[in-house]
Each structure stands twice: as C-alpha cells, then as structure tokens.
Design a protein around this ligand. Structure first.
Ligand code: UD1
Length: 418
C-alpha cells in the first residue's frame, strides 16, 4: 500500500499540463474492439483505470503497445467475448465493453462492474438500451450474459441522461442494421469526443453534446490516430488546489468552456481568473468567501466529479455553504476524514452543510474513493502541518503523475510505500 506525505502551507506557482480525459480515453479504448483497423490514442494518462482497461483488451485478444504516452491498439486478433471478473471488478468502465463486444461477437459475458464505491451505480439503463437493439440478456451468478443474432437500430429513451449508458448504446449501435436514436442522452463533452473518434474510424454518429444522439449503422470501420479532449476534472482539481493554497497557476492544454461551471464559482469565491485560448490562469492571495449553495448536475451543470474537491475548498472559505450531491448516494465518504483535519461539515442525506474554518490542520486520513481522495490531498496541501493520505490507489485510478505535477508547482508532497 502507498501513501502521500504532505507538508502543507506552500503556495502554488507555475504551469501544469493537463492529461487527456480519463472519461474519454476509457470509452475510446472500449471502441477499439469494434474495428480491425489500428487505433493510436495520443497523450493517454498514466492511470490505473487505463492500465486495467488495456489489460481487459489484452484478455479479449487485442494487442496493445505503449509508445511513450501514446498507445496503439490492434483488435484484429480479438477472439474472446468474456471479460474476466477480477478485472471487471477493478474498473466500472469495463461495462462499456458490453456494447462493443456484443457488436463484434454477438455475444458478451461480463461480471458486474466495480469502480468507486460512491453509491448504487446500477446498469439497468445500459441493459434496457441494449435490449432495444435486439440483445437478449440474462443475469446469472454475478455475470451479465448477452446474446443476439444481429443488432438492429431503434429509438431509445433514457430515463435519466446516464453518461455510461449513452456511450454503451452508441458503441453497440455503430454497426447495427439501421438507425438508432438515443433520446435524453447525456451531454457531457466526453460523449462528443467519443462521437468524433467513432466518426474518424468511419462511423456515422451525430448530435452528441445535445440530448439526442443519432447513429446510422455502418458495415465496417477502419483505424485512426486520435487525441482525446483534455481532462476537465483534472484541470478543475488543480484550479481548486491553487484556490485553496494561494499563488498563481496556469492550467495548460484545457478547454475552458468545458469547466465554465467551476470557473464561475471560483470567480464568485474571489479568485482572479483569466482565460487565454487553451490556458486558464488562476490567482489568489487571500482568504476566499463562500458561495451560498451549489448542487451537482449532469453537464453543463456543476460536475459531481468535482464535488469533493470543491467542498474541501468551501471548508476553508469565509462563511457558510450548502452542497447538494444529486447524482451519487454515498459521495461524502471523505467528509469524516476532512473533519479530522478540522473541517466543520455536517452531512444530512444529499446535503453537506459547510461552515468555513480559518485553516485545516494536518492529520492522517484515508482516501476511500478517487475524487474524495483528491479532495483530501488538496486539504493536506492547504493545511498547517503534516498530513498523511493513506491508500492512494484510488487516487491513482484518475490522476497521472499527481505528486510530480504538484511538486512542480511548489507543493511539498511525496509518495511512500508502506
Ligand atoms: C460517468 C463518469 C463518472 C461521473 C459520472 C457522472 C466515466 C468513466 N465515468 O459515470 O466519472 O461521475 O459519469 O458525471 O465516464 N444510473 C442509473 N442506471 C444506469 C446508469 C446510471 O440509474 O443504468 C444513474 C446513476 O445511479 C447516477 C446517474 O444515473 O445517479 C448518472 O450516472 P452515469 O451518468 O451513468 O455515470 P457513469 O457513467 O457511471
């Protein structure tokens, strides 16, 4: 097991280069199964979720070669439609493979997916969507078994705009016979990125980024080289770090429009924010003020994946805030840990009532999930004294070279093997 040791209190100065979006790279890797053409994905983050997805592809018979930060996938040898349960449990996004594996083999077998323990995270919408395309699904002994003779386009109305269900249905529909229309589709930028990738290999997808995505089935797909969009959540995490620690930081290689909900809130808190093409410049030299309330929503609302980090910021702002988590049921597991650092936060149901304290105090805390873990790191960086963040494997799922990037900005943080 590994942990971070942080001596808090350093201001952050300098630039940080943002990685390609985890939530784009994972479905794009899943999409590689659809084609025999070679796929080269550029600037892939060195995170365990990606490594696990590549391991699963290898188990399916795909060949994967790393070339620096790029990865080349050749699925022409893929010969297996079963996703091993140990790996499916490591990675929730393994469920995206259902769509592409069923498209390729007309059969798929996958154990119920894992990922962060942040709530129920059902997959009913994924399965209902696949059934509408002609897939027969049975669930037995913790496995989902899918079979079809052929996939047929259809209209699918999602009960809620699920990111994963939208992407999974897109992947299954790309080579189906006829046209598929997904209504009440999720509108996250990563869905548009998946559309752009699929169209680059020869698919006919339109409408992503709006509530209706249309997929006209094609017979075959080719290869391509593709640079996914920057990670808006990684960028947002660094911006919040700079807001909490003070200093002046530039997040480089970002699409500022994809995190405008956060940028507006940070400006309301009192940060000075500048935008320059693909750069966001943030400056803060004093104590920030609370925003009254904020709630997580599907895109373009405030992202649930930045809720923990932003709550940690509110914890040291002047005044009170109410945070409401609308997407996942148990996304406040970091709060008891943050309280060990002196936070004054009370959680009732989906709401966190935050009374800002002057400063956090260093403590030993446990990272229970990816974004909650990142929030604890930020609190440690801003705290007075020494903190230990234990069980950082969750953080490694989504942040590549996290401590190197933070150290480059002036933070005092090291990784230690226990
Ligand atoms: C994706 C992101 C994750 C982010 C989340 C919400 C990836 C790899 N992960 O997760 O980082 O936090 O979007 O922005 O892209 N739901 C159902 N039934 C389903 C599917 C979802 O009820 O079949 C519900 C969920 O319980 C949740 C809501 O829909 O309340 C949103 O979940 P969803 O958008 O599917 O999230 P993920 O795709 O799992």
């Amino acid at each position: 097991m590994e942990k971070y040791i942080i001596n808090g209190g350093n201001k952050l100065y300098g630039s940080v280069k943002i990685q390609s979006a985890k939530n784009s790279v994972l479905p794009i890797l899943a999409a590689a199964v659809l084609t025999d053409g070679k796929i080269k994905i550029l600037n892939v983050p060195q995170i365990s979720d990606v490594k696990n997805m590549v391991k699963i592809l290898t188990c399916l018979g795909c060949r994967a070669v790393y070339n620096g930060n790029d990865i080349i996938i050749d699925s022409s040898y893929a010969d297996c439609f079963e996703i091993p349960s140990a790996l499916a449990h490591e990675l929730r996004s393994s469920v995206f493979l259902l769509g592409s594996v069923i498209s390729r083999f007309h059969s798929a077998k996958i154990a119920y997916p894992g990922g962060c323990d942040i709530g129920l995270r059902p997959v009913d919408l994924h399965l209902t969507g696949l059934k509408r395309l002609g897939v027969k699904i049975t669930e037995r002994n913790g496995y989902i078994l899918c079979k079809c003779d052929k996939l047929y386009g259809n209209e699918i109305m999602l009960d809620c705009p699920s990111v994963g269900a939208t992407e999974n249905i897109m992947l299954a529909a790309v080579k189906a016979e006829g046209t598929t229309v997904i209504k009440n589709a999720a509108r996250e930028p990563e869905i548009e990125d998946l559309q752009n990738f699929l169209n680059r290999i020869g698919a006919k997808v339109s409408g992503a980024g709006s509530g209706t995505v249309t997929i006209e089935g094609v017979k075959s797909l080719g290869g391509c080289e593709y640079l996914p969009i920057p990670d808006r959540i990684e960028a947002g995490t660094f911006l919040i770090a700079a807001a909490m620690c003070g200093g002046e930081m530039v997040a480089e290689g970002v699409h500022p429009e994809n995190i405008s909900s956060l940028i507006h809130k940070l400006a309301e808190n009192g940060c000075k924010i500048g935008l320059n093409n693909d750069k966001i410049i943030i400056e803060n030299h004093g104590r920030l003020v609370s925003v009254k309330s904020i709630e997580t929503q599907p895109y373009p609302g405030f992202p649930t994946d930045l809720q923990a980090q932003y709550t940690a910021l509110c914890g040291v702002c002047e005044g009170h805030s109410i945070i409401t988590e609308n997407l996942f049921e148990t996304r406040y597991k970091y709060v008891p840990e943050l309280r060990k650092m002196g936070a004054d936060i009370t959680v009732i149901d989906r709401n966190a009532f935050v009374r800002g304290v002057e400063r956090y105090k260093g403590a030993t805390v446990i990272a229970h999930d990816l974004r909650g873990g990142a929030a604890l790191v930020l609190a440690g960086l801003a705290a007075e004294g020494r903190s230990e963040i234990v069980d950082i494997s969750h953080i490694d799922r989504g942040y590549g070279s996290f401590e190197y990037k933070l150290r480059n900005l002036g933070a005092d943080i090291v990784r230690v093997t226990v």
